[in-house]
Design a binder for this molecule. Structure first.
Ligand SMILES: [Zn+2]
Length: 301
């Protein structure tokens, strides 16, 4: 009897372990998978809306990123990070645009650009469609500085003219506490060590490290004068920055190809980029967004 009981206990333990093992596997698979609107069916979206009204819209760009990185760098970054956030929170990602506002990079072939008002309109009409089905909480994950002005406008327009709520969770959002930077690094703004590291983590097959090299900065007299004076009068940096990153037609000397020889906006060496550094930055940004989303979920639909 005792032996029999021990045997049946063992059998029960075995069955329970099997259930737990496969249960964990299933749960892990579900949890680790991002939800992308274009990969879902309409019944999937219908089911999703029964439990959530949240959506993440990534915004990036198609613009030059130095001689070593693809034009779609910002798109892959915004999309890659949005997908990671989706996998951890279960919130749907709805990519709409491949291009952003990048007019000032057009001295390098292949760069695409939409006017800020065009972008705003496309994003607003997309949001209106999503609202029809019941989406009410919009999160924009931007990863291109040039889009920040559009991001602010679209968020304001949604918040002030519709029933929905919109916030920023990527670049330009107050929840992001600054990017990862080493002490000795200055002005690593675009396609430099930081961004190359990001891509080595997110899309390494598209990075041509053998072509990565430091760029030469070539500021015109006005920019040089402003830079020198801003060392004494730091408020002048505001003027300096308003002249950088503007289309060549403005004649301010602030277009990408007028400022940097190969399109990399950085004084550091992109060859020093590492996948580990990229991972730190990506996970850091995703963590801030996930923490925010989990808090927002506490507010009922
Ligand atoms: Zn970029």
């Amino acid at each position: 009897m005792i032996r029999n009981k021990a045997f049946s206990n063992l059998k029960l333990l075995f069955i329970v372990s099997i259930i737990l093992f496969f249960g964990t596997l299933l749960y892990a698979r579900e949890e680790g998978k991002p939800l992308v609107l274009q990969e879902m069916t309409w019944p999937d979206v219908g089911d999703y809306l029964k439990t959530s009204d949240m959506v993440i819209i990534p915004i990036g760009s198609t613009e030059q990123h130095g001689p070593h990185m693809p034009l779609g760098t910002d798109y892959y970054e915004a999309m890659g990070m949005s997908k990671l956030i989706s996998a951890r929170t279960g919130v749907v990602v709805a990519p709409v645009l491949l291009a952003g506002y990048s007019e000032y990079h057009s001295g390098f072939p292949g760069t695409l650009s939409l006017k800020p008002e065009t972008m705003e309109q496309v994003l607003f009409e997309t949001a209106e469609m999503l609202m029809k089905y019941g989406f009410r909480r919009f999160m924009f994950f931007n990863y291109h500085g040039g889009n920040n002005i559009v991001q602010q406008k679209i968020i304001h327009r949604i918040n002030h003219t519709t029933e929905a709520i919109a916030v920023a969770i990527g670049h330009g959002s107050p929840i992001q506490k600054g990017r990862y930077q080493e002490k000795d690094e200055v002005g690593d703004d675009h396609a430099g060590i930081g961004e190359t590291s990001l891509m080595l983590y997110l899309k390494p097959e598209l990075v041509k490290m053998e072509r990565a090299e430091k760029s030469k900065a070539t500021y015109n007299k006005k920019l040089e004068e402003l830079w020198m004076l801003s060392q004494q009068y730091p408020d002048l940096l505001m003027v300096f920055h308003s002249l950088r990153g503007v289309p060549v037609e403005t004649k301010k000397g602030g277009a990408s190809h007028e400022l940097y020889s190969n399109g990399i906006w950085s004084f550091s060496d992109p060859k020093k980029a590492t996948k580990e550094r990229g991972e730190k930055q990506v996970k850091g940004m995703a963590d801030y967004a996930v923490k925010f989303i989990e808090a927002w979920k506490k507010v009922k639909k």
